[in-house]
Design a protein around this ligand. Structure first.
Ligand code: WAQ
Ligand code: MG
Length: 308
C-alpha cells in the first residue's frame, strides 16, 4: 500500500496519521476524528495510486431570529442564517445580535440563537447570475413579475396566490411553498413558513464574490444573503421559481429567481414604509414535499463563486 502524502494545496489545518482505503477515482472517503472531518481522496496517476488527505474544518450553522410580543402574539422582527468556522463564531454572534437590536421593523423583546455543529460535508453550488431591472412602481413591478413567471409556465392563479400571501397582514418568518399551477400550499405551518437553513458562502471564493458585488455597487450582507438563499433554493430540481419581497419597511428592492431567470433584482417592488413582505417558492407538480423541505432546512450548501 502506498503511504499517504499530504496535499498541501488543500486547506490542511492538522496532519493526521491514518490508513487510507482505495476508494476509486475521485471519490472521497470521509472519517470523523477528534480533530474534525477527514477526507481521503485517491486518484490514479500513471498507474500510481496517490492518496490525498485533508482535514475538513468543522463547520457551524448560526441561526438568529428576533421577535416582539404584541397581544400575546410573537411578531417576526428579523432573522439571519450562515455557515461559519469555529473561529468566526463570536464575531458573527456579535454582528447578528447588533442586527437584531437595530432593525427597521422594531425593537425585539426576544432573540433566539441556535448554534449548531454539523459533520455533513456541504455541497458546493454555483450562484445564480445577478441581473437588475429598474421598475418605477410596485404596480409596474407586479406586471413584470407576472409576465416573467407566466413565461416559466407558472399559472396566473398561482401568481395571484403568491401575491395574496405576501399581501396578508401576517408576516411569516419563513417562506411559503406553493404549487406553480394550482392554488395549493404545502408548507405545514402557514403562520411560520419554511426557513431555509444551513447555507453560506464558500470561504475560498468570498473575495471574488466581494469584488463582483463591489463592481455592481451592491456589496452588502443583505444582497449576499439573499443571493445565497436564492441560489440554494433554485438548485433544487422541483423549485420552478422564487418571489421575494422584504418585510423591512425601508427596503424596497426584491427579486424573482430561477435556474432560467437567474437572480433578477427588482427596484420599487413595494412602497417605502410598507411592512408587508415574504418569500414564495413555486414548485412542480408531483414534487416530494418531505424531501424538498428536508433539503431546504437541513442540507448544508455553500455557494462558490470561482466560476462566476
Ligand atoms: N428562509 C425562508 N424564508 C425566509 C428566510 C429564510 N432563511 N429569511 C427570510 N425569509 C422570508 C420571511 O418571510 C421574511 O419575512 C421575508 O423572507 C423577507 O425577509 O438584491 O431583505 O430578510 O437587493 O426582509 C432581497 C433583495 C432582500 C436583496 C430580501 O428579505 C437585493 C430581504 P428579509
Ligand atoms: Mg426582514
Amino acid at each position: 500500500m502506498v503511504s499517504p502524502s499530504i496535499d498541501s494545496g488543500q486547506a490542511c489545518r492538522t496532519i493526521i496519521a491514518g490508513t487510507a482505503y482505495p476508494t476509486g477515482l475521485g471519490i472521497f472517503k470521509n472519517f470523523i476524528s477528534g480533530f474534525g472531518l477527514i477526507q481521503a481522496k485517491s486518484i490514479f496517476q500513471e498507474n500510481q495510486v496517490k492518496y490525498y488527505w485533508r482535514v475538513v474544518v468543522e463547520m457551524w450553522n448560526i441561526r438568529m431570529r428576533a421577535s416582539q410580543n404584541i397581544e400575546s402574539q410573537e411578531i417576526h422582527i428579523s432573522g439571519a442564517e450562515g455557515i461559519f468556522e469555529e473561529n468566526e463564531l463570536s464575531k458573527m454572534l456579535g454582528i447578528y445580535l447588533k442586527r437584531a437590536l437595530n432593525h427597521s421593523r422594531g425593537k425585539p423583546d426576544k432573540i433566539y440563537f441556535t448554534i449548531e455543529n454539523f459533520k455533513q460535508i456541504p455541497i458546493k453550488i454555483s450562484p445564480l447570475i445577478i441581473k437588475n431591472l429598474i421598475c418605477n412602481s410596485p404596480k409596474e413591478a407586479r406586471e413584470l413579475i407576472t409576465e416573467r413567471l407566466l413565461n416559466l409556465n407558472i399559472t396566473k392563479d398561482a401568481i395571484l396566490h403568491a401575491f395574496s400571501i405576501i399581501d396578508s397582514n401576517k408576516t411569516m418568518r419563513g417562506a411559503a411553498i406553493i404549487s406553480a399551477t394550482k392554488v395549493l400550499r404545502f408548507d405545514p405551518n402557514i403562520e411560520r413558513g419554511i426557513r431555509v437553513s444551513r447555507l453560506g458562502i464558500d470561504r475560498e471564493s468570498d473575495r471574488k464574490f466581494n469584488r463582483i458585488l463591489k463592481r455592481l455597487k451592491i456589496n452588502n450582507s443583505r444582497v449576499k444573503e439573499a443571493l445565497t438563499l436564492a441560489s440554494k433554493v433554485a438548485y433544487h430540481v422541483d423549485v420552478k421559481a422564487e418571489l421575494c419581497i422584504s418585510d423591512d419597511p425601508d427596503y424596497t428592492t426584491g427579486y424573482i429567481a430561477s435556474k432560467e431567470l437567474g437572480y433578477l433584482r427588482i427596484a420599487n417592488i413595494k412602497n417605502s414604509g410598507d411592512r408587508k413582505g415574504g418569500r414564495i417558492f413555486f414548485i412542480n407538480e408531483g414534487a416530494d414535499i418531505f424531501e424538498l423541505i428536508n433539503y431546504l432546512e437541513k442540507m448544508p450548501v455553500l455557494v462558490n463563486f470561482e466560476n462566476y
